[in-house]
Ligand binder design. Structure first.
Ligand SMILES: C[S@@+](CC[C@H](N)C(=O)[O-])C[C@H]1O[C@@H](n2cnc3c(N)ncnc32)[C@H](O)[C@@H]1O
Length: 515
């Protein structure tokens, strides 16, 4: 059996991105936490099924020149774009093949990591079965498979709106017309429902979300009549005959994300050695719509829970800063994680550790180095028993990690945060900045650049220019743009040295600097 010859992804291109949650460095960390010995990213072999135009695989290949990557996809046009980009970047460690998942076999070799993002829910049952069979056939003994899919029960609510759109477009083939009619239909129907009813509220909420979804994504994700959502236990039941077991969710350790108060109590009452029941109950409590599930071979004895966990093997990172608003309690310091989580900390060494992490962000710092710097910074307030002080700091850091506020990674992030004399952004980011607003950072995240000036600035960071040279180039660019009258109304007349410094700090903070 093979999937259809006419691939809708040839008719309407799907946007390609980097997805940090699929990065093998991240998967290796989760596997290591569970007692596995994952392959190092420097020499790993990675396969992506349904890789599209390579937006996820290409940045990995650039970052790990000694590793090797294969991406396959049924869309000839997506594979042609992937090959052209890999060629333009001079990549020799990646191969893209126009190949049906149904035709993939052991001839591809064996792999440390197999990634399948945004495919499983959108392909026919026989392709889904083949994806799981390929995990079983091609994963190395300590290999990890990533599969994402629309999840139940959350997607049942979305499907209320999808039913309206699918019915109203049932006789329409042409993609853009399907999207146009679907958007008009869901608006008309949702606005005509009783807003006080459960059904009316669900349609209205989904209508708002659909307004934010680009046409090509809506066409493939929602208007594919064969798309299906799955409960976690259904996917695991289908995977088990292929010798596979549940490792963790890619969002680990934020297992209870979104579950509050009483919901947390229900989850806490489930033993750590019943991860499937915990995870499935979580979905039933929060109405999860999407899962990113990691699988490994069933003969591996996984370690569950935090009882034997230590941070010592990892590099740590946190997007944290001291809160401007001071805490009233004596000796207590307030810290802000991201933009909204506030934590009160009274242990001086933990405060020092958070300050060190904040300075290093978005980079990571090895555990031993972090502990040494924090203890040194807090030395005046420490007791004489350094072992005890180290233990207290480690306990505090472990608690912050369990709260989902600290990131750990087995390998350091390969980026720099101190701006050098001639700064370098990755080759990929420089190319992407010339083409559009979205670039891939060195932590494998898609980040948005704010406007044409910043895009131009990033494109200039090739390691040949000092700050004064960057200023001169930016001024030449602005002068030329104004002379040509090209969308120049919103552009400043001149750049200043202070702005160049600010852009450099921003670019470092975005995780774009490789040197
Ligand atoms: C929604 S897109 C996801 C692309 C990419 N993984 C991402 O998340 O951006 C689904 C991809 O799966 C590919 N695909 C669908 N059926 C396939 C099959 N039988 N064999 C290989 N690729 C397939 C499509 O061509 C498309 O590129």
């Amino acid at each position: 059996m093979s999937a259809s010859k006419s691939n809708p992804y040839d008719a309407v291109a799907y946007p390609g991105h980097a997805f940090s949650q699929t990065h093998p460095g991240h998967l290796a960390t989760i596997a290591h936490f569970h007692g596995m010995s994952p392959a190092p990213t420097a020499t790993m072999r990675v396969l992506e099924l349904g890789c599209g135009s390579g937006g996820n695989l290409i940045p990995m290949a650039l970052q790990s020149p000694g590793a090797s990557f294969i991406g396959i996809d049924l869309s000839a046009s997506a594979i042609a774009r992937a090959k052209a980009e890999a060629e333009a970047l001079g990549l020799r460690n990646i191969a893209f093949r126009h190949l049906d998942i149904m035709a993939a076999d052991a001839g591809l070799g064996s792999f440390d990591y197999i990634l399948v993002h945004g495919v499983y829910s959108w392909v026919p049952p026989f392709v889904r079965e083949r994806i799981l069979a390929l995990f079983g056939e091609l994963l190395r003994p300590q290999g990890i498979a990533y599969v994402s899919y629309n999840a139940l029960p959350g997607c049942r609510l979305r499907d209320l709106a999808r039913d309206v759109m699918l019915y109203e477009t049932r006789d329409i083939e042409e993609p853009l017309e399907r999207v146009r009619v679907a958007r008009a239909a869901i608006k008309r129907f949702a606005e005509a429902t009783d807003p006080g009813s459960f059904y009316g509220a669900a349609l209205r909420e989904r209508l708002q979300q659909i307004d934010e979804i680009p046409d090509n994504v809506l066409y493939h994700d929602d208007l594919n009549p064969g798309a299906r959502a799955f409960a976690l236990h259904e996917v695991l039941d289908a995977a088990a005959p292929h010798g596979l077991q549940f490792l963790a969710e890619a969002s680990f350790p934020n297992n209870f994300g979104g579950a509050q108060g009483p919901a947390q109590q229900i989850l806490n009452a489930i033993p750590a050695d019943e991860p499937l029941r915990q995870e499935q109950s979580l979905d039933l409590l929060i109405g999860r719509c999407f899962r990113q599930t990691l699988l490994c071979r069933s003969d591996i004895a996984l370690q569950r829970g935090f009882s034997r966990f230590t941070l010592a093997s990892y590099h740590l990172a946190a997007n944290v800063r001291e809160a401007e608003e001071k805490d009233d309690r004596p000796g207590v310091g307030g810290f802000l994680f991201g933009s909204d989580v506030r934590l009160a900390v009274d242990l001086e060494s933990a405060k020092a550790a958070l300050r060190v992490l904040g300075q290093a962000w978005p980079g990571s710092i090895g555990h031993a180095e972090l502990v040494a710097s924090a203890l040194d910074e807090a030395r005046d307030s420490l007791g004489p028993d350094i072992e005890r002080e180290t233990g207290r700091l480690n306990e505090a850091l472990a608690a912050i990690y369990r709260a989902g506020l600290l990131e750990i990674s087995l390998e350091p992030h390969r980026l720099i945060t101190a701006v050098g004399e001639r700064p370098v952004a990755s080759l990929l980011a420089r190319r992407q900045a010339l083409a559009g607003n979205e670039v891939t950072d060195l932590r494998h995240r898609a980040v948005a650049l704010d406007g044409v000036v910043v895009r131009k600035f990033v494109s200039l960071l090739d390691g040949t220019r000092t700050a004064p040279m960057l200023l001169a180039e930016m001024n030449a660019f602005l002068a030329e743009a104004h002379a040509a009258g090209r969308d120049a109304a919103d552009l400043p007349r001149r750049a200043t040295a202070e702005e160049v410094e600010m852009h450099l700090r921003d670019v470092a903070r975005l995780g774009l600097l490789a040197g």
